[in-house]
Design a protein around this ligand. Structure first.
Ligand code: CA
Length: 226
């Protein structure tokens, strides 16, 4: 496991690097944001530990640029800035974790290990199936670039189908994911909502994306059952 540590305080970086190396991680240490950005885009790290107040380019800028270049490495912010606005802003910019100085090495190590267990995750908020696009952040759906208005249940159903594109989803699975605990089981509710969804997402278009898998459930994809 290779970790990039971007930290300009030699005392902190020395202490963290030594501790991580003792845990058998390979650690590259760099003291300015610009060089950190270059390293993080050049090499494939398993994790980046990033200070915020850095020479040349601050940590938030490094974070934003990495995410805008689709570098999906887990990033832990290690900073003296403890304001809620700083934490929220950096999480929104794509940070995975945030630890404030002063910190105990044991806690940093526990967070590092937790992030590494999770691994890189897709950061894109947009899921696509063919020319159908769903943006989880704005909750907008488009097909062929044209906006499609859905009710909130139709949206949830489509989001669940698209998140599992290519998989056959049973009616039970769909009910469990899209309806809540209080749902008392009108058996054909899934079929009713799939029909609503099809009328908006498939009927106006030549290529049908939502497929019925007889006796089982539904799937979404460009080919039949795929
Ligand atoms: Ca600093």
């Amino acid at each position: 496991m290779r970790i990039l540590l971007v930290e300009d305080e030699a005392k902190v970086s020395g202490f963290v690097a030594r501790g991580l190396m003792a845990e058998r991680f390979a650690v590259d240490v760099i003291a300015d944001g610009q060089a950190g950005l270059e390293l993080a885009t050049t090499y494939s790290y398993d994790l980046v530990i990033l200070d915020l107040m850095l020479p040349k380019l601050d940590g938030t800028q490094v974070l934003r640029r990495l995410r805008s270049q689709n570098v999906n490495v887990p990033i832990l912010i290690l900073t003296a800035r403890d304001a809620v606005a700083d934490k929220v802003g950096n999480f929104e910019a794509g940070a995975d974790d945030y630890l404030t100085k002063p910190f105990a090495f044991a806690e940093l190590l526990a967070r590092v290990k937790a992030l590494l267990r999770r691994g890189p995750v897709s950061r894109s908020s947009v899921v696509r199936v063919g020319d159908l696009e769903l943006d989880r952040l704005s909750q907008q759906v488009r097909r062929g670039g044209k906006r499609i208005d859905l009710t909130s249940k139709e949206y949830s159903l489509l989001e669940y189908l698209m998140s599992n594109a290519g998989r056959v989803l049973s009616r039970t699975m769909i009910i469990e994911h899209v309806w809540d605990q209080s749902f008392d089981g009108i058996t054909n509710i899934v079929d009713v909502y799939v029909r609503h969804l099809r009328s908006k997402v498939d009927d106006p278009f030549e290529q049908k994306l939502i497929h019925t898998v007889r006796g089982v459930g539904y799937s979404i994809g460009q080919g039949a059952h795929s």
